[in-house]
Design a protein around this ligand. Sequence first.
Ligand SMILES: [Fe+2]
Length: 286
Amino acid sequence: MTSIKEVAIINSNTVEARALSYGFERALCGPEIGSKTLSVYWRTVLPGQQFQLQAGENYHLVYVIEDPTNGALLYRDEAHDAQAGAGVLLAPGESVEFQASPQSNIDLLHMIVSKPPAEVEGGLPGGPGYYFDRQALRVLKDASGGRLRRFCAESSVRLMDGTRLTPTNAIQAGEMHYVEGGSSPYHSHAGTSANPRGADHCYITFNGRALVEVEDSFREIEVGTLVYLPPGAPHRLSALDGPLDYFEVQAWRSFKTNILSEEPLGLRWYYEPESADADPIEWNQS
Ligand SMILES: [Fe+2]
């Protein structure tokens, strides 16, 4: 049994912001709340400043939460707009730079994941990393139509040209949108023989209020809250009083999802079709 007391609920608006050369860092998830493979930071790059990141031995996913005036993202000698929903997956040894425009901050969600063992990679090469944005990523919709998601990192998701989105099982992460009344099934994620402990798992909300359910306990969460679920904890997230936008992370991506409630329509996911008469293509979640 997992109690909601073991679930860390961190409001980013009240976390202490550490001043750094480029702006501010707010630590949201790491070993102090029980996470072993995943750390999460909210970084604010102030106008005219640069945030430079070297991946070192770890994987990093950096996602632009907000950048009203499109600063720049420099990766592999290419400059991209640092627009909301864009970002990079860095494999070990890679680097990236974010440059805020003179007019506004860039707000970043920065996830750091330790390198998984070969059994978790299961033959995947582990790299190289890549740049992504909302135009390039595919939308998945559940069969009920109540939930839409766009993965930034997911090793089984295919791009429109059939290529694999992500070359590693280090991390599964992406945007999720619930329509008003939208909810996940009540579920848990078990470990695997390659990853017996299971995955570190968290949500962070960007728009709308949400309800978290764990073992008959409920907690309402405000916009900007990170929820860390210990491996194996059963849980459900529901939109409260309107639609909900949040970001969801699992690291490492080696786990087995067990659905504990009866919502047959909500269990299947489909790629958004290329045209109205195209056959639906299912994405099989692990
Ligand atoms: Fe989950």
